[in-house]
Design a protein around this ligand. Structure first.
Ligand SMILES: Cc1cc2nc3c(=O)[nH]c(=O)nc-3n(C[C@H](O)[C@H](O)[C@H](O)COP(=O)(O)OP(=O)(O)OC[C@H]3O[C@@H](n4cnc5c(N)ncnc54)[C@H](O)[C@@H]3O)c2cc1C
Length: 545
């Protein structure tokens, strides 16, 4: 098949970062930009309707349907590891929660971890890159932007059970709060979401659709990048398969980048593509029969994620989504409410109430995040339980466990080995035990007593620290925030993959601009931090090339 063509910039992956990059780079009509996406378009009902989140996960129309390796810390379990495979990437299937994290996360990136600084990444410096694309419902102020592409709205549904949890959290010293995005997120309140009038606002709607007609932008869907091409140590383009499905049937082609290639394929695929292209730990590449183009041992290392511990409680005397979803007339009422007012349970993603708390008095800033849901299920993709219940999911925001993404095969269509190594440090097990205890204290508070909450997961038989840490392994699962597998850091950091302007160390014409560059995970959900990275990345590219 003939070449896809020559472009100035080739962006690999049309996800959260890729769509914003395409918008910013193609703004200059004198440059030609290509955006390559393995998945299809985002024209799909369950992407638009927020509750469709439940039907996008585990669905090959929208999800890569990855799984982890068997995890020792999860009692040997293999868990699903959803990643968006569609225009918009994970922003098309995510929970829509708008969250930046904490000031100290970014100040920590900027200071570095002993090998030197990453100048320009402190909170005060990154804040303008959050607001540059923000459209905050309440208007602009010193930390929010308005009138830009990325819509942020309050939720359109409330639940008595969540209001009671919020009151119970206050009884345990976790104050009420309405805005989590001012650099310090301690407190409890309803999450603000990336929606417009009850419809998901993904990065396609925000950044791609408005500019799709630009003559200098070409978007290629169903186009899977197999590996990067090089002239010496300069990245010159990519080898692709068009019409690619998981079974590798498709036409092979190439694409050329005159100025640079930008990898925005996300935390799993970015290190995989680098490794397939001969950039990574030499022994691991050679074990797969791949010639080493450039040794960078940090590729695929430093994987970090938030492990959510899903504690579930039966309740009485209050309605939850469980019983509503199993009643035909309530289903009809929910559909009607959504059609007429774009509100009600269909306008919600599972997590509406959030809380940020400290796991102990010795912790200086919130290190736990709660996602409280008016529902319960065995796992996402499974039906809701038939009895009324709520789930208080809690995660350690700054885990010390580190995982890896490794090739299992030189075949670009084969999933890599994903090994997050959850709960692999004593510190993470201790925080998990404390987190479960704090949840029990909140749930036992007077504000929830009228609903007689009964813990059924993990169960009150788990009491000692060791029992609770093991129980965390049985109820823990990803909250979908993998980051860090192509870490930013100075060249003298042996594990750094990109420098502070996101250029791959030792390779010309190649940047990584996605969630994989985060040196440490942010203290919150990771979509909007990724957009901030893309906003800065676009500026670096335009300034330097
Ligand atoms: C189920 C779920 C719920 C989440 N909930 C929230 C939330 O509520 N709030 C929040 O802030 N964050 C949430 N997140 C996390 C957030 O969405 C991600 O951190 C963010 O989308 C990462 O952006 P990215 O650009 O790095 O990768 P992605 O958005 O995943 O984009 C990568 C893109 O690259 C494409 N790609 C991969 N490999 C190739 C290849 N070989 N060739 C061509 N294209 C390729 C993929 O198909 C994808 O479109 C959630 C994530 C998931 C999966």
């Amino acid at each position: 098949m003939k070449e896809l063509g020559q472009f100035d910039y080739v962006i690999i992956g049309a996800g959260t970062a890729g769509c914003l990059l395409a918008n910013r780079l193609s703004k200059d009509p004198t440059v030609k930009v290509a955006l390559l996406e393995a998945g299809g378009d985002d024209n799909y009902l369950w992407i638009r309707v927020p509750v469709g989140y439940l039907y996008c996960i585990g669905n090959p129309r929208t999800d890569w349907c990855f799984s982890t390796a068997a995890e020792a810390g999860l009692q040997g379990r293999v868990i699903r590891y959803p990643r968006g495979r569609v225009l918009g990437g994970s922003s098309s299937i995510n929970g829509m929660i708008y969250m930046r994290g904490q000031r100290e996360d970014y100040d920590g990136w900027c200071a570095g971890d002993g090998y030197g600084a990453n100048p320009g990444w402190g909170w005060d410096e990154v804040l303008p890159y959050f607001t540059r694309h923000e459209d905050y419902f309440a208007g602009a102020d010193e930390v929010h932007g308005a009138g830009n592409e990325w819509r942020v709205e309050p939720p359109r549904v409330r639940w008595d059970i969540l209001d009671a949890f919020r009151a119970a959290a206050a009884e345990q010293g976790i104050p009420n709060r309405s805005d989590f995005n001012r650099g310090d997120n301690l407190g409890c309140g309803y999450f603000e979401v990336n929606q417009k009038r009850g419809v998901r606002w993904n990065t396609v709607t925000a950044f791609l659709k408005p500019i799709r007609a630009r003559a200098n932008l070409a978007v290629f869907t169903h186009t899977l990048v197999r590996c990067l091409n090089f002239e010496g140590k300069r990245c010159s383009g990519a080898a692709v398969t068009i019409g690619a499905a998981a079974d590798a049937i498709g036409a092979e082609s190439t694409i050329t980048a005159a100025r640079s290639v930008i990898l925005a394929a996300g935390t799993v695929a970015t290190p995989q593509i680098l490794q397939l292209s001969g950039i990574g730990a030499p022994e691991a590449l050679q074990a797969q029969g791949i010639d080493v183009l450039h040794p960078l041992p940090g590729v695929g290392c430093n994987l970090q994620d938030h492990l959510q511990l899903r504690m579930a409680f039966k309740v009485t005397g209050v309605r939850t989504l469980n019983s509503m979803a199993h009643s035909r007339w309530r289903q009809a009422a929910m559909v009607l409410e959504y059609l007429l007012r774009r509100s009600g349970p269909l306008s919600m993603s599972p997590s509406q109430l959030g809380a940020f708390a400290c796991s102990g008095v010795d912790v200086a800033r919130a290190n736990l995040e709660y996602h409280v849901q008016p529902l319960s299920l065995d796992s996402f993709g499974e039906p809701l339980h038939r009895f009324d219940a709520f789930t208080a999911s809690v995660c350690n925001l700054r885990p010390s466990s580190r995982g890896t993404i490794e090739l299992l095969s030189p075949d670009p269509f084969a999933a890599p080995k994903i090994a997050p190594n959850y709960l692999s440090t004593a510190e993470d097990r201790a925080v998990a035990a404390r987190a479960l205890r704090l949840t029990r204290r909140i749930v036992a508070s007077p504000a929830l007593a009228r609903y007689v909450p009964q813990e059924f997961r993990p169960g009150i038989e788990f009491q000692s620290d060791a029992e609770l840490a093991d129980a965390a392994g049985t109820i823990g699962t990803t909250i979908f925030h993998p980051v860090g597998s192509a870490k930013m850091g100075p060249a003298r950091d042996p594990m750094a993959v990109v420098d502070c302007e996101l250029r791959v160390h030792g390779i010309a014409g190649l940047r990584v601009v996605d969630a994989s560059v985060m040196p440490t995970i942010t203290s919150g959900n990771t979509n909007s931090p990724t957009l901030m990275i893309a906003e800065k990345g676009a500026e670096f590219i335009q300034r330097r090339e």
